[in-house]
Every structure is written in structure tokens, then in C-alpha cells.
Design a protein around this ligand. Sequence first.
Ligand SMILES: NC(=O)c1ccc[n+]([C@@H]2O[C@H](COP(=O)([O-])OP(=O)(O)OC[C@H]3O[C@@H](n4cnc5c(N)ncnc54)[C@H](O)[C@@H]3O)[C@@H](O)[C@H]2O)c1
Length: 342
Amino acid sequence: MKVLVTGGCGYIGSHTIVDLINNGFDVVSVDSNIRSTTQLLDGVEKITGKKIRNYKVDLCNLEDTHAVFHENRDIVGVIHFAALKTVPESVADPLFYFHNNLASLVNILKCVKEFNIPNLVFSSSCSVYGNATELPVVETSPLLEAQSPYARTKQMGEQMIRDYSKVNDTQSILLRYFNPVGAHPSGLIGELPIGRPDNLVPFITQTAIGKLPKLTVFGHDYDTRDGSCIRDYIHVMDIANAHTKALQYLLAKKNKDNCEVFNLGTGNGVTVLEAIKAFEKISGVKLNYELGPRRPGDVIAIYANNTKAKEELGWVASTGIEDMMRTAWQWEVALRDRVLSN
Ligand SMILES: NC(=O)c1ccc[n+]([C@@H]2O[C@H](COP(=O)([O-])OP(=O)(O)OC[C@H]3O[C@@H](n4cnc5c(N)ncnc54)[C@H](O)[C@@H]3O)[C@@H](O)[C@H]2O)c1
């Protein structure tokens, strides 16, 4: 069974391809490489022994997107990762985000409709909950004001798929990721931000290895146990496996609705300072960090109730924070060693 993965050259897409292949699926990828290279796909090939075809196509271009679907009429589903994801960048340039993340989704939906693709899985985010007033958030928690244009593209993306699903045959799942971190245990793939990272964990590992001089913790006066933001960090391979399980669930027609939503988090809130401590413990490296001002677009605290994904999808988040940090660090060290040996 063949699956079309958009954004397959990116962080979560590449790890998901590994899990899909390990579970017997064939995969083709579409990625414009606006935020990636094909390096992670090379790693995927080393891990799985399978060559992955990537179409270098901007999904905002309908004609090119259509051509990919035309060539792959036999796919059983689309997993749509491709999007821009940097919160501060979206605050600075909202139109860039609205265009890239939403025009691409409209084109995906047009092609899914035209080619009668039965299943769609969409990368959503816990950012759809805004500054949630009750924690942990459940799938039925209200979606409050989006804190950034990026988050708004996820709220709008979800709504577009929900409206589409009401009048079309496609079965959809919206997966709300909390904070994916870590890397495949092989050290062959991991998070590979182009330029300066925006997410905490690559910032930590790049600082520890000396690529970046210092980490700034954005905000230390929030109403949390140590003043820093609280997030629900989740290992990327656990996130990856949820996509395989979501697709299998749809293929087995176990879904209760045309469009279902699942939280993907561990259920544990970890502060930024606790994450730093966990990193220092597993790596033995003292991190150079400072406490800085709050950053626009950040929510204060968020963590998941993941009961629905456990019960319906049979999914478990099996990796703890220290192993998340350990695999992220192994990946950063492997990247450095590869550069040194070239
Ligand atoms: N990483 C996180 O912390 C996180 C959290 C919640 C949700 N998400 C969502 O998960 C998805 C994957 O995130 P990721 O961390 O793997 O990001 P990533 O940047 O590593 O991967 C996204 C990929 O999509 C590609 N892309 C972007 N726009 C495209 C377009 N118009 N056409 C074709 N390709 C395009 C990029 O080149 C990149 O390779 C995104 O939708 C993101 O918003 C990520």
C-alpha cells in the first residue's frame, strides 16, 4: 500500500517514513525543500534500505501538485506535513504563512477530491488551543485565540478539512502534536533546521556542541513552577508511529466520524528549565544559557490529555524526557562527526 507523504524531507516527515516502511507501506514524498534538503531522505534510505522518491514540488502550485497525484493514483492516503512552522517568522510575515500553509492545503484537498483518495492525515498542533485555561487539554477543549499567524494556519487548516470532510468521502484525521523532539536512535536522521533553530531542543544541542554561543530562555516570570514556559515534549518516533496507527485505523474503517482529532503528547508538562536540566544530566555538558524576555507568540503552558489516542488508536508515547534528550544529543554529535570526517 502506497502513501503520499508531503514534507517528507523534513523532521517529522522523514521519521514517519521510517515507521511507515517498517510497517509495510510504500512511500513517495513531495517536498519543495523550502526548509530542507534531501539529506534526511538519504538517512531514511540507510535505515530502511529503501529508495524514496521525492518530487521537488511546491504544493502551492496546483499544476505541479496535480501531476504528482496523477502519477500516483494508487495511493491509499496522504499524510500532509508540508508547512512553514516558525512562530516568530509568522508573526513578522503573516501573509507568507497564510499563503504557504493554506494555499498548499487547498491544492492537496482539490487533488484528494479529484483522485478520490480515501484517507488524509493532517499535521496540526497544540498551538490551536491558544492559551488554554484548563490543563491538560482534551480534544474537545475550546480553541482559544491563536497566539500567532502560524497557529492560526493550523486552526484554519483544521476547519478547512472539517468542512471539506462534511461533503466528501475522504476520511480525515487531524493530529495535534505537542512538542516533538529527539531523533531516530540510529543517529542517521534527526531535526535539521536550516539556519538558526527556533525550537528549544536543537537550540540546546547546537549550543552545547558550540555551533551557537548561548541559549536564551524566553520568559522566566510566567506563572509556572519555575517561571519558564511549560511544554509537553514528545519523542519524534512516538509521533511518527501515531501516523502509521492513524492510517491503519482509517484503513480498517474504525473511525467514528469523517474527520477525527487526536492529541499527541505524553501528558507530562515539562518546563524549559527542567528540559535544560534533563539535557545537562544525560550529556554531562553544562549549558551556556541566560534568562531573557518573553517572546511574542508563545503560549504559557500546555500539555495533553492523550487518552483518546491511546484508547482509539492503540498508541502509546513510550519515550521519556531523558531518552528524548539523549537521542537529540546523539544526532547532534553524529552531525559534527560526519562534518569532521569529510
Ligand atoms: N516540529 C514541531 O515542533 C511541530 C509541532 C506541531 C506541529 N508541527 C507541524 O508538523 C509538520 C511537520 O513539521 P516539521 O517539524 O517536520 O517541519 P520541517 O520544516 O522539518 O518539515 C516541513 C517540510 O515541508 C516542506 N514544505 C513547506 N512548505 C512546502 C510547500 N509549500 N510545498 C512543499 N513542501 C513544503 C519543507 O521544505 C520541509 O521539508 C508541519 O506541518 C508543522 O507545522 C510541527
